[in-house]
Design a binder for this molecule. Structure first.
Ligand code: ADP
Ligand code: MG
Ligand code: ZN
Length: 489
């Protein structure tokens, strides 16, 4: 943030977010072109339909409708039986047809909500609607070798299924906006309907921000901020507006509805244009598509196909396995992690085992993943193998210290704990006579520590324990070493 003046406490902010999410279907929204355009050369994934040629007819992608209904149900929306597509008319070079097929007054999902948690408090944010539309082409502005500015246009993205999720103006702070988006992205990924990758444009957010005198019932004029490609940017842009708008008001300016852009480099919002009203778009029912009738049967079948959702799963982890809410939160941050955790618990889902599996995942596994830059879904170590490792520690076959070494090897090679221990001779020294011999040796080599200990210096015992552990390469049980040393002294 560049401009930092304290927020005028006599104002409160009102925030509503419009989130566009690309759906990961095989084909585009209304034609057979591939929807995954990530690695395609410009203007190669196109056909007469998504290029808006005259005389062609669109066909609705059934999978996209399933996906939006999934999202709607996960966000507690009603799915009205009737909905329809409308033309939203505007001229812009990325829009070949001169209109975008979208939904105006009868969207597929309405009246939903999701819960966010900020600073330990749960808050419900209303979802006004989620409607289905098609993505536009992509413009890239470049400066040519002659210094001339050009705009390049790529229509691969034209017609990729897109949904727009509109929140109620229930969000009050930048942190809540960030929590809301994090939750939406988590659910999109959890349902497997999109990547939610904001940096790739697969999820995009416009933030509407207004301020009003604290306690007022009447909202102020909303300013829309576009072009943010991370949750952090949305957070920062909203924070910026909450400071800027009261300053404008204090300076005697009347705020007008406008669209601003987020300048990431300067960390400021900049004026783009006065906001168009919906009447400017001349919406009318799409004549080339039939209205959608979503039967109760269809809705129920989608509902039945929904996985256990993150909030439910988190609650179950807390209630059944006694996990802390922090642990449960981290383990349910993605479906892969939650599933890995449960698979690792296997047939022994006691709270103690759950805690130790959690610790292994959150500490060792995540650390290794971070180092290697890999994905959990691709790791060599299998969840069941972690259980095997934990059992070796519990049985005293290996020490906790050795276990970390074994884990690293398991992570690298995908081998079982038991075979690594056997192959490398890592088993703990459980034979007391063997440990006794080393205890004797350490005692005779360290007469001063022995005398100090006998004179009452407890710390010297730790020194002697350390000596034994060193000679056994950490493979002796610390408890046994301590007991034998005490007995002997
Ligand atoms: P528009 O027709 O201009 O797009 P909408 O009524 O569809 O406006 O609202 C767009 C978004 O703006 C929604 O997320 C809504 O919650 C939010 N919003 C509406 N009024 C305000 C306001 N006064 N301040 C902040 N956000 C608002
Ligand atoms: Mg709107
Ligand atoms: Zn096409």
């Amino acid at each position: 943030m560049t401009v930092v003046t304290p927020i005028k406490t006599e104002y409160e902010a009102v925030i509503g977010l419009e989130t566009h999410i690309q759906l990961q279907t095989n084909s585009k929204m209304f034609c057979g072109c591939r929807a995954d355009i990530a690695n395609s050369a410009p203007n190669t994934q196109v056909c007469p339909v998504c290029l808006g040629m005259p005389g062609v007819l669109p066909v609705i992608n059934r999978k996209a409708i399933e996906y939006i209904v999934k999202l709607g149900l996960a966000l507690h929306c009603e799915i009205p039986e009737f909905s329809k597509f409308d033309r939203k008319n505007y001229f812009y070079p990325d829009l070949v047809k001169g209109y975008q097929v979208s939904q105006f007054d009868l969207p597929i999902c309405v009246n939903g909500w999701l819960e966010i948690e900020v600073e330990g408090k749960t808050k419900r944010i209303g979802i006004t609607r989620i409607h289905q539309e098609e993505d536009t082409g992509k413009l890239t502005h470049v400066t040519g070798p002659d210094g001339q500015e050009y705009t390049l246009v790529d229509y691969n993205r034209s017609g990729v299924p897109l949904v727009e999720c509109v929140s109620e103006p229930d969000i009050s702070t930048p942190a809540e906006a960030a929590a809301y988006l994090t939750k939406i992205r988590q659910i999109v990924r959890w349902l497997g309907i999109g990547t939610g990758n904001m940096n790739e444009g697969a999820m995009r957010c416009d933030a509407n921000v207004s301020v009003m005198p604290r306690g007022s019932k009447e909202f102020g004029t909303k300013i829309e901020v576009k072009n943010m490609n991370s949750i952090q940017s949305v957070h920062d842009a909203v924070a910026y507006e909450i400071i800027r708008q009261p300053q404008e008001i204090a300076a005697g300016h009347v705020l007008k509805q406008q669209t601003r852009g987020w300048d990431e480099a300067k960390q400021i919002t900049v004026f783009q244009r006065l906001k168009e009203g919906s009447s400017d778009y001349r919406y009318f029912p799409e004549p080339d598509l039939p209205p959608l009738q979503l039967t109760a049967e269809f809705r129920e079948s989608i509902k039945a196909s929904l996985p256990e959702l993150p909030d439910e799963r988190r609650a179950r982890f807390i209630n059944t396995f006694g996990l802390s809410s922090y642990d449960a939160e981290v383990l349910t941050s993605s479906r892969t992690t939650a599933e890995w955790f449960e698979a690792a618990l296997g047939t022994n889902p006691t709270p103690t085992r759950a805690k130790s599996v959690t610790n292994w995942i959150l500490n060792e596994l995540f650390a290794r993943l971070k180092e290697s830059g890999g994905e959990l879904s691709e790791v060599k170590i299998q969840p069941g193998q972690l259980n095997g490792l934990i059992e070796l520690v519990e049985k005293g076959t290996i020490t906790p210290k050795t276990a970390k070494e074994v884990f690293e090897e398991m992570f690298n090679s995908g081998q079982d704990a038991a075979s690594i221990v056997k192959e490398k001779g890592l088993g703990a020294i459980s034979d007391e006579s063997a440990i006794s011999a080393i205890v004797e040796k350490v005692i005779s080599e360290n007469p001063k520590a022995v005398t100090d200990f006998k004179a009452g210096k407890e710390a010297s015992l730790n020194f002697l324990i350390g000596g034994v552990m060193k000679q056994t390469q950490g493979k002796a049980s610390k408890d046994v070493v301590t007991r034998l040393l005490r007995q002997r002294l």
